[in-house]
Ligand binder design. Structure first.
Ligand code: ADP
Ligand code: ZN
Ligand code: ZN
Length: 735
């Protein structure tokens, strides 16, 4: 027998080994094995077994498999199929894809279950006579017998007896002490209150019926608070009742104790949680519980799509539009799309839930590739809060100078302070990758050819288009209004906080952004402080926009909707709509009615106007899809970004040019594969970690054509070791 093995080195090929007789009876596809590689041992996964020797290799050259590292396979046949698909789709070596599908904590050498000492009393008849025991030891033995034994450490604390006393009892034959496996439980010590299924409202019942009946993926389009989670819970319960398992994916930032409690409250010990805050030991144990079938419901972020759930019945992808489902390092897979593929391979149902679906999923629902279930109303019947647009052009005309806060928003904040209600202020500002907006008139310079905002490159003070590669010098004055403030555009959360403090000296203000979170206080700390009412105003970046529920918040203000609107990214309008709708969903969730103010220089821009019209997603999506089709952007084409990095700027640029030119020529020679290739441009993030970065954007009707061009260029012109090339298929983020 012969095995094809993917060795844990990024070689993107399989190696053949002979399976010696004693192993032949035990070896299985998906196992981790030890094999000789060059002159040292290596580990790898068995991807296939066959009787015939591999062709073209002299039999004496085939070396034997040395050992099976773990009898239980890491991958089922279905999972291997999924991972190999993912590797091919994202142009990732198969070993790297396999490695990404199993937590490092599980594959780490020496990772094993935790074993602790367990004390069990020896049955009465077998125990020796107690005559020789001191009264103290006799009492301890009675205690141990009464509780029926337990962990040495716990008993020692409970009965205030040092461990040597137990060991003495063991030596005398009264108890046995032996190591026993003890689970590292991420939910240990958390209070989980069991819940029962709620009677569904008609919208929920219809959605559940669709999920039950459909063989296609189901897009569950339901507004914030429409009760999507209850639908997921009941769909999972049905799957469990049929003896099958389920995976629930949520964006990492929404994977709060609150979320976990909702699933654990319904399914108790059958739930496993996988998220980045787990210790290696917890992650190892949770993964093994899933593989052994003890846990049948897995809740986790994007990597949960690879959880080894056997007989999978359902995958739920909550907030399916969230960009965090796309991994931004190799393998650059999109977990939502991977979930759809896994469900197809395993014959499972898949539900994609969102109040603001990605246009990819929406287009699929429109074309009938996905089924659509709608839940347009909140469970509690509260309407969505009214959204007021504040036109900053008018505001500045009135005030005579640019400012961060409009007088209307300040008045609204002031009313909340008087009423003892809370306010959330939202300012999305990334440190790089941004367009230049005139703070006096809101004007943004765009590339005429692509109608895409230029990205401002501070290093060489120029504006570049990332779609076609064109560039121009940064104008000294705003071409629209002549203001000279152009280059100091943009206020960050810190400046906004300072300005706010100057206006409201007595207000209690909390700030949450990447800086405030990394300085000792966690995301959860800041939010609990706010929820507990120990602050009046929370100001922050998009971190505060996700699935959070603050009953006392009645005002949400968006300081500058234009920042995301004018991102140099084809998905800027979509992201703006999603952000604004999500932010608006924060106001007035409980009994108090809420209000939303959105400051913008572009009140007529489609996503802004749609949110103001009551979050009319469907008409926004129709308009945006038409614009994407016109411009040749996803979902009508596949888009990939190639990044070229080197410590030597000239080298990075030369290689980027070479790749761009060669791929354009390749595409021109293959008329069936119409591919648009941009010129090489410095990335928006032009330098990081000492590496200069250049980018090439590829667009083609079919992903396979992009992958083919990439494989071709990488093999005919492999880059030297000091130049690194990578490709991001279905790129979500042009940096
Ligand atoms: P979504 O996930 O769509 O934002 P949730 O599932 O969080 O909505 O539901 C919002 C609130 O409504 C929650 O507090 C939930 O417990 C409650 N809820 C959901 N479904 C029902 C129902 N059928 N009857 C009563 N309350 C419900
Ligand atoms: Zn201007
Ligand atoms: Zn352009």
């Amino acid at each position: 027998m012969y095995a094809s093995v993917a060795i844990d080195l990024a070689l993107d090929r399989l190696f053949s080994y002979a399976v010696p007789e004693p192993l032949a009876a035990r070896i299985a596809v998906g196992q981790l094995v030890r094999v000789p590689f060059r002159n040292r041992p290596a580990r790898g996964f068995v991807l296939a077994l066959q009787e015939a020797p591999p062709q073209g290799v002299p039999p004496e050259k085939i070396r034997p498999v040395e050992a099976i590292e773990d009898a239980a396979p890491f991958f089922s046949a279905a999972m291997l199929k999924l991972v190999r698909w993912m590797a091919g789709y994202t142009a990732t070596p198969v070993e790297a894809a396999l490695r990404a599908a199993v937590p490092a904590a599980v594959l780490k050498k020496g990772a094993r279950p935790r074993e602790l000492l367990f004390v069990s009393p020896v049955a009465g008849k077998k125990a020796p006579p107690e005559d020789g025991l001191t009264p103290k030891r006799r009492q301890l033995l009675a205690d141990v017998r009464r509780v029926g034994g337990g962990w040495l450490q716990a008993l020692s604390a409970e009965f205030s007896a040092a461990p040597y006393l137990f060991k003495a009892l063991a030596k005398a034959g009264f108890v046995e002490i032996a190591p026993r496996e003890r689970r590292r439980d991420p939910l240990a010590g958390r209070e989980v209150i069991p819940t029962s299924p709620l009677p569904l409202n008609p919208g929920q019942a219809a959605a559940l019926g669709t999920i039950r009946a459909e063989r296609r993926p189901v897009l569950l389009f339901g507004v914030t608070g429409s009760g999507k989670t209850e639908v997921y819970l009941q769909a999972i319960a049905e799957v469990l009742a049929a003896g099958r398992g389920a995976i629930v994916m949520v964006p990492e930032i929404a994977l709060t104790p609150q979320t976990v409690r909702r699933f654990a409250g319904r399914f108790g010990g059958r739930v496993a949680v996988l998220h980045s805050a787990l210790s290696d030991g917890e992650r190892y144990d949770e993964w093994q519980r899933i593989r052994r079938g003890e846990a049948r419901v897995v809740v986790g972020p994007r990597s949960a799509v690879f959880a080894p759930v056997a007989d999978l019945g359902l995958i739920v992808v909550d907030e399916e539009h969230d960009p965090s489902y796309k991994q931004d390092e190799m393998p650059r897979y999109n977990a939502r799309d991977t979930a759809v593929m896994r469900a197809a391979i395993e014959g499972a149902s898949v539900v994609l839930g969102s109040a603001t679906p990605s246009l990819e999923s929406w287009a699929n629902a429109q074309s009938g590739k996905y089924a659509l279930a709608r839940m347009p109303r909140r469970v509690n019947g509260n309407p969505m809060p009214p959204v007021t647009l504040v036109d900053m052009n008018e505001e500045i005309r009135r005030a005579g100078f640019p400012s961060i806060f409009s007088s209307r928003l300040l008045e609204a904040v002031s009313r909340r302070l008087d009423a003892g209600e809370q306010t959330i202020l939202f300012l999305n500002r990334r440190g790089f990758s941004r367009s230049l907006q005139c703070p006096a008139c809101g004007h943004v310079e765009k590339c005429e050819a692509c109608d895409m905002p230029y990205t401002y490159h501070k290093a060489d003070d120029c504006l570049r288009c990332h779609v076609c590669g064109g560039w121009r010098r940064t104008p000294a004055k705003c071409p629209e209004c002549g203001s000279e403030h152009l280059r100091r555009a943009g206020a960050g959360t810190q400046r906004a906080e300072a300005a706010l403090r100057a206006c409201f000296r007595h207000a209690r203000i909390l700030r949450m952004d990447a800086d405030s979170v990394s300085r000792g206080r966690s995301h959860d700390d800041i939010l609990s402080e706010f929820r507990a009412g120990r602050a009046d105003i929370l100001i922050g970046t998009q971190m505060i926009a996700k699935g959070l529920d603050f009953p006392n918040v009645t005002l949400v203000g968006v300081l500058n909707a234009d920042i995301s609107l004018h991102m140099p990214d084809p998905r800027a309008a979509e992201r703006t709509f999603q952000l604004l709708a999500q932010v608006a969903g924060r106001a007035g969730r409980a009994d108090l009615p809420g209000e939303v103010y959105v400051q913008t220089f572009s009140p007529d821009a489609a996503p802004v106007a749609a949110v103001a019209a009551g979050c009319d997603y469907e008409s926004f999506a129709a308009g945006e899809l038409a614009a994407r089709r016109e411009a040749g952007f996803p979902p009508f084409v596949r888009m990939a970004a190639v990044t070229v990095r080197s410590e030597d700027r000239a080298k990075a640029e030369a290689w980027a040019r070479l790749y761009s030119g060669s791929m354009a020529a390749f595409a021109a020679k293959t008329p069936r594969a119409a591919m648009a290739v941009s010129e090489a441009v410095p990335s928006a993030l032009a330098k990081a970690d000492g590496f200069h970065r250049f980018q090439i954007l590829l667009r083609a009707p079919r992903n396979a054509d992009i992958v083919a061009a990439w494989k071709w260029i990488s093999s005919v012109r492999p880059a030297p070791p000091d130049v690194r090339m990578s490709i991001d298929i279905d790129a979500q983020n042009l940096m």
